[in-house]
Design a protein around this ligand. Sequence first.
Ligand code: FMN
Length: 180
Amino acid sequence: MTELAELWGRAWDMLEAGLSQRDAPARLPVLATAGLGGGAEARMVVLRGADRAARRLEVHTDAASGKAAELARDPAATLLVWDPDAMLQLRLRVQVTLLPGDPRRWEAVPELSRAAYGGQPPPGVPLEHPGDWTAAPVISRHLALVCDLRVLEVLHLGRDLHRRARFSAGDSWLGGWVAP
Ligand SMILES: Cc1cc2nc3c(=O)[nH]c(=O)nc-3n(C[C@H](O)[C@H](O)[C@H](O)COP(=O)(O)O)c2cc1C
């Protein structure tokens, strides 16, 4: 196996570990989007899906959240993961499809976690007090962000050498080295 193929495999191992292990670094990627006001927005999310064969990731959110509006306007986003033990950064440029109210996905959300999908007033609305908010879970507010990979950049901070590789459909996902 080439070094590039090995790095590609390690990246997907890392992402898949984020699904099965609560303390895995890829459990909590940063999702960056183009903000409605012109700048960039970034926030932590939980990784809900990672499909190596389809090169697809998944994140769930409230359909009334700011990020949902941002992605509806511009579906190009980035997921970012850092694994300090492996000294690996994954930078995943993705194209996001918004999939609201899917019954199969909603059924799989544990009862206690459903409060994240619904609530009045909606996310980002100013409150007089933090308690001036009521959870109101509802399937129509559950939004799956299906993230199709466009470009994966892996940065390995080696002791002697920093190695940066870029993988994309343009090179049939074989990857190539770029200056770190
Ligand atoms: C550890 C952690 C995990 C989070 N997971 C999610 C998540 O899976 N989905 C989500 O929409 N927000 C999640 N959040 C909250 C977001 O970071 C963010 O505050 C919220 O979604 C509002 O973001 P927005 O206004 O940019 O849409 C998480 C926050 C933390 C600190």
